[in-house]
Write a protein that binds this ligand. Structure first.
Ligand code: ADP
Length: 500
């Protein structure tokens, strides 16, 4: 348009009449317009068709001149033409009439139409000029706008926008619910309306960040509702930027987290309660096992004296049985005492250098004594292997694993112990051919008080042996694990690091 306007104003033909100059200017405007400009007779015959009309509807000027305007009107909208021509014939204008026209390729084009009568020198209407503007982009923008508006309206989070001076300029229904003010009550008001006075400096900080173009995410704070209620919120604030990239305001999204905070506080309270109960229980186990230990020691001493005094066969047998049961009871009480020591972080190791083979042999001897059902064999090439650790605690682990191997393999007669040296560690395995452990239970067996219920109906126990064993091995910086198959048997492995 500029180019043509330039040509016209610089036109050398000064001799052109004013009317001719005006005509030239109009033609240039029509030729360069972005809007389709079409003229037609009152019968609807097209008499002019500008380049924008060619672009918009896909027909060239040559194709349309002399044709009826209905070539671009959808059949169901032909009535519109009758109405428009009626208005024009009476000398009226039709402005911003939104409708649809059809391009040569069949595309439906949403347009805004303005139609004016063309009047001859005698004042008679002889035709119509239409200016059509493609409003597809505007419609898309409007659609987007209404989707966004619907999201804002239906959001559960309060969505508020304000100027950089803090003046509220939008306030969605969730904000109304959250803070109790209607939109009408807050528009134009300062955001400090909902900020507790002691938190005013937060707003200065937020506006400072937003003015720099930064976002603030999940800022936990408190705001005031209309009724004075404090609302705990998680706030995200983003800058609102205009077309030229300038920050002109801030949009804030506030999520009510009062409920979430309540749930969290309740969880913390419950956790503290459970922890306190747990501590009490551990304290009780510690005290009880300690108190049990003293009388057990004296019973054991008296029984030993008694065993040297009784002579008849029956009494000797009873004393022997009583001593055996007492030994089991003492072991149980010792384990419980160890557990409470572990919980209190007081289980001590007396570390020294010792021969692991010797400890294994001692444990086998201890277990073989009084157990005629199982034969325990040791498979190793090692003749002596010094490790650093607490020999009594390591023996306790081996005895635990061996006792389990015997207890959980009724009806079988074999237990195999493996001892080998692998890289920087010694590896010990205890294999039985008993009931085995289901794969889904295997991960839990080292947990305190855990017992595989269906396997244990006739084996008594507290579920602490493996927990203790694991703690002892981990304190030695070793590893402990189990491989098992139900009905086939289990192998419990552990390692101890070797000194370099
Ligand atoms: P307890 O034997 O006193 O129940 P443990 O901590 O020693 O406690 O063992 C935990 C559980 O692991 C046992 O209850 C048992 O179900 C299972 N378990 C341990 N050793 C074996 C084994 N050699 N064979 C099968 N199951 C075992």
């Amino acid at each position: 348009m500029d180019k043509n306007a330039f040509t016209l104003s610089k036109a050398p033909e000064i001799s052109l009449s004013l009317a001719e100059q005006k005509q030239g200017l109009l033609s240039a405007i029509i030729a360069t317009s972005d809007d389709a400009i079409i003229s037609k007779t009152l019968k609807g015959i097209i008499t002019s068709w500008n380049p924008a009309a060619e672009r918009m509807f896909g027909y060239s000027e040559a194709e349309t001149i002399g044709q009826h305007i209905s070539i671009i009107i959808p059949p169901d909208r032909i009535d519109e033409e009758t109405y428009i021509i009626g208005q024009i014939a009476q000398g009226n204008r039709v402005s911003h009439f939104e409708t649809i026209r059809i391009a040569s390729n069949g595309d439906q084009i949403p347009i805004s139409l303005s139609i004016s009568p063309i009047v001859n020198s005698k004042g008679v209407v002889i035709g119509a000029s239409k200016i059509a503007r493609n409003i597809r982009e505007r419609q898309i923008a409007n659609e987007k706008q209404s989707i966004l508006a619907a999201i804002v309206a239906s959001s559960d989070d309060a969505i508020i926008s304000k100027t950089l001076e803090g003046i509220i300029n939008s306030w969605n229904p969730a904000a109304e619910r959250m803070f109790g003010y209607t939109e009408a009550e807050v528009l134009g008001k300062h955001i400090s309306l909902i900020i507790p006075p002691e938190r005013f400096q937060e707003e200065t900080f937020i506006i400072g960040e937003v003015s720099k173009g930064s976002k603030i995410d999940h800022f936990h704070t408190v705001r005031l509702a209309k009724d004075g209620r404090q609302v705990a919120i998680s706030l995200s604030v983003s800058p609102i930027v205009n077309d030229s990239g300038m920050v002109i305001g801030a949009s804030k999204i506030a999520r009510d987290i009062s409920e979430q905070l309540l749930v969290q506080r309740e969880k913390e309270r419950l956790y503290e309660q459970v922890k306190a109960l747990n501590d009490k229980k551990d304290e009780f186990i510690g005290l009880a096992s300690h108190e049990l230990k003293t009388p057990l020691t004296s019973i054991s001493a008296y029984l030993q004296i008694l065993s040297t005094m009784v002579t008849d066969e029956k009494s000797r047998l009873f004393v022997a049985r009583t001593r055996l049961q007492l030994k089991k009871l003492s072991a149980l009480v010792s384990d419980l005492l160890d557990i409470s020591k572990i919980e209190a972080g007081r289980l001590q190791l007396s570390v020294e250098r010792f021969d692991i083979l010797q400890v294994l042999k001692d444990a086998i001897e201890l277990l073989s004594y009084g157990n005629n059902n199982h034969h325990i064999s040791l498979k190793t090439e090692i003749v002596e292997l010094q490790v650093t650790g607490d020999p009594n605690r390591v023996e306790q682990v081996i005895v635990n694993l061996l006792t389990n191997a015997i207890r959980y393999s009724p009806g079988t007669d074999r237990i195999i112990i493996y001892l080998s040296r692998e890289f920087h560690e010694v590896k010990i395995g205890i294999q039985d051919f008993g009931i085995g452990i289901a794969p889904e239970k295997l991960k839990d067996i080292f947990t305190r008080f855990y017992r595989v219920d269906d396997a244990n109906s006739n084996v008594s126990g507290l579920g602490i042996g493996l927990f203790l064993s694991q703690d002892i091995i981990l304190r030695h910086k070793g590893r402990i694990w189990a491989e098992s198959e139900p009905g086939i048997g289990s192998t419990f492995w552990f390692t101890l690091p070797l000194d370099e």
